[in-house]
Write a protein that binds this ligand. Structure first.
Ligand code: GLV
Ligand code: MN
Ligand code: MN
Length: 423
């Protein structure tokens, strides 16, 4: 094993993240949603970096960039080569930080660049992946790029629309992709040996424990449920309060109800969030007749999450009825708790220990592509400390030093990766 210059690796990562962060839909903040022209520009840049690092880049049917680092003795164009998958995502939330997702992609590229510089190949290929739809910030889909790769893409997702009424199908066509070819993105189980992702923690645990890196044990399960409340529009000055059917008042009670339900399950780490709401007709002097919001509900185990959603819908119906409104629910995302494979957790723990680090184990409250990749293969994640635990916020940050250690840990992981440990 050669000594690793973690300071240099960290500085390279930071410079690449800066470059990616400059590609935004909005001039003064970072927003890069799935299948936008900015996603395409970022994908192009990542593909270029992959080629420079010694990989063969390609784009799959969902726009995922795949950098293939050939195995020892691999003949050009060989198919179904066993590969270790490494990666993360390049889409962002609205008003994002520059580390969420992008760090994992950049870390993969830097690790491969290191092996290319050493002229080193392995008895397996390594594919670095840059997914485009982890955040679900454009369409009513979440993790659709990794789902396609795992062969779990639901064709009905193609009909989902963004805020401008553009379907996923149309957005794919505009991006230059063929919606009829989604099936070609699926990898076979024989090809995928494991999926490993580096990601910022997005929470405060590592910082609190004064540790740069942590090994993830599982990812919390998640629902995204669209709630549509219908009432009756009316004049803000003439309809007496008891006679109103105000959809926004009903929705407001439901949102507070979600908070109460989540707070009643601290043992399951339950959290409920409503981060977007649409009020119609949206006029100051009109009683709202239609409200739509999405409830994001997560927990570290599936049974309390399911019963919480059941209790929410039953009680929300009662709230709507008491106000003369109706309510409908559409749970378009139901992702169960996903466990990281213990043999891969051990591999990551060994690689961090080889750098002299003691990496604690921790659960991820945030969603990640591993949740769909587990349908294809075993997966694991390495978390990197981030400042204040802040994420989904432009204040998100990780130090050059910690990022260098993360890339070094990934290098150690890949060079000691032994699929026979799978058992
Ligand atoms: C993605 O970051 C999510 O957890 O929503
Ligand atoms: Mn992410
Ligand atoms: Mn995110």
């Amino acid at each position: 094993m050669t000594a690793l210059d973690t300071e240099r690796l960290g500085r390279r990562a930071e410079a690449m993240l800066e470059e990616l962060a400059a590609i935004s839909e909005e001039p003064d903040r970072l927003t890069r949603r799935f299948l936008t022209p900015e996603h395409k520009r970022a994908a192009h840049l990542v593909g270029q970096w992959m080629a420079e690092a010694g990989m063969t880049p390609s784009e799959d049917a969902l726009g995922t960039v795949r950098g293939h680092y050939a195995m020892a003795g691999e003949s050009a164009g060989a198919n179904a080569v066993p590969r270790l998958l490494v990666g993360s995502h390049i889409d962002t939330v609205i008003n994002a930080g520059k580390y969420d997702g992008m760090l994992g992609v950049v870390a993969g590229i830097l690790a491969i660049e290191h092996f290319r510089d050493q002229g080193r190949r392995f008895p397996f290929a390594v594919d670095v992946l840059a997914f485009g739809d982890e955040e679900g910030s454009r369409f009513p889909t979440v993790l659709s790029s990794s789902a396609a790769l795992a062969g779990a893409f639901d064709p009905s997702w193609l009909d989902g629309t963004d805020r401008d009424g553009i379907t996923l199908r149309q957005a794919m066509l505009d991006y230059g992709l063929d919606p009829g070819a989604v099936g070609t993105a699926a990898m076979s189980r024989d090809e995928a040996m494991a999926y490993v992702e580096i990601h910022i923690e997005q929470g405060p645990v590592l910082e609190h424990g004064n540790r740069p890196l942590g090994v993830v044990t599982s990812i919390a399960g998640q629902y995204r449920t669209r709630v549509t409340v219908r009432g009756m529009a009316g004049h803000a000055g003439t309809v007496p309060m008891p006679l109103r059917q105000d959809a926004l008042l009903a929705a407001s009670e439901m949102i507070v109800l979600a908070e109460h339900i989540a707070k009643a399950h601290p043992d399951a780490g339950m959290v409920a969030t409503v981060g977007h709401i649409k009020v119609m007709p949206g006029a100051i002097n009109v009683i709202p007749d239609l409200v739509e919001f999405v409830l994001d509900l997560r927990a570290s185990s599936d049974a309390p999450r399911a019963s919480a959603l059941q209790s929410f819908t039953a009680r929300a119906e009662a709230i709507a009825a008491a106000r003369g409104c109706s309510v409908a629910f559409d749970t378009y995302h139901d992702c169960r708790t996903a466990a990281c494979a213990s043999w891969l957790q051990e591999g990551l723990a060994r690689s961090t220990a080889s750098l002299g680090l003691d990496a604690p184990r921790l659960v991820s409250g945030a969603g990640h592509d591993g949740q769909s990749m587990e349908k294809l293969t075993d997966f694991a994640m390495l978390f990197v400390r981030c400042k204040g635990g802040i994420s989904h916020n432009p204040l998100e940050s990780a130090t050059v030093e910690d990022m260098g250690l993360a890339v070094a840990a990934l290098i150690r992981f890949i060079e000691t990766f032994n699929p026979r440990e799978r058992g």
